[in-house]
Design a protein around this ligand. Structure first.
Ligand SMILES: [Fe+2]
Length: 280
């Protein structure tokens, strides 16, 4: 183990329980073995902080044990929509309070597998697939990101006040960067967001997120306010390019006009249209 690694707690050996959700023919293993995570993650030479029980002293990470007062576990997306409405409907609340409340709401999210399945679409060719769950088009956008094994995003910024992440299954690795100039970024921190943990950045920091494990991961991402494009760096010394953000599915439905390859249904429809034309 590298000497600069701090393991805050390690009493999660019984995370061994695994559950399989079959979604559109894709098997998602929800809970990784804690021992496997340790084995894979601790090969990193630059890990500064690692915690597996949802509570650690990182600058931007909150405990999921800090409940949103009087609010119970959030099991369905409808409940989550109501909770977010509560957070955003008070226009007098300062962002600091909103930030805490969003994090608290996300910390209470324990969506059932059936509910998560509705929004789970996976493009095997992408590092991760962006699925829109909810948006009010003013205050926030909530996405389900489905991560393929051992894949990561590019380094990117967030033209928003806040970017909140909750890992629903698996474990994510976040690497943060400091902006020096357009083609000079410096790595500042590597941390991990384990299953059940909530993490957020609010200062338009640069980061990349990845799935370091040999199994898929699922995570909720809430952006406030919504944004349509961001800057992306392929590496810390490359020039940034503007990338438009798309969705692979919206509200649990895949349509041919979203990003990614059209579904089989689209090809079938095209084939039928072609045959009808031929008959005509
Ligand atoms: Fe991000």
């Amino acid at each position: 183990m590298p000497t600069n690694v701090k393991v805050m707690r390690s009493d999660s050996e019984d995370l061994v329980e695994q559950s399989m959700c079959s979604m559109s023919g894709v098997n998602i293993v929800t809970k990784p073995k804690f021992s496997d995570i340790k084995k894979e993650l601790l090969n990193e030479s630059d890990i500064s902080l690692l915690c597996m029980d949802g509570v650690y002293e990182g600058q931007n990470v909150v405990s999921y044990r800090d409940p949103f007062q009087d609010m119970q576990d959030i099991i369905t997306v409808d409940q989550l929509k109501l909770a977010l409405k509560l957070v955003f409907e008070n226009k007098d609340t300062c962002f600091k309070t909103k930030e805490k409340n969003i994090a608290r709401v996300l910390s209470l999210v324990k969506l059932s597998p059936g509910e998560v399945n509705k929004y789970t679409f996976i493009d095997p060719e992408k590092s991760y697939t962006r699925n829109l769950i909810l948006t009010d088009n003013i205050n926030y956008t909530l996405l389900l990101l489905c991560w393929n094994n051992n894949r990561e995003s590019s380094i990117h910024n967030h033209p928003a006040d806040g970017c909140f992440i909750k890992t629903l299954s698996g474990c994510l690795r976040e690497v943060q960067y400091k902006y020096i100039s357009d083609n000079e970024l410096v790595k500042t921190k590597t941390s991990f967001i384990a299953e059940g943990q909530v993490s957020y950045i609010v200062d338009q920091s640069l980061h990349k997120i990845g799935n370091p494990l040999h199994q898929p991961a699922l995570s909720l991402h809430l952006y406030t306010p919504p944004f349509g494009s961001c800057l992306s760096w392929s590496d810390p010394n490359s020039a940034p390019v503007e990338v438009k953000m798309g969705f692979y599915s919206c509200y649990g439905k895949r349509t041919p006009y979203l990003e990614g390859k059209p579904s089989k249904v689209v090809y079938l429809l095209q084939e039928i249209q072609q045959k009808v034309k031929t008959i005509d």
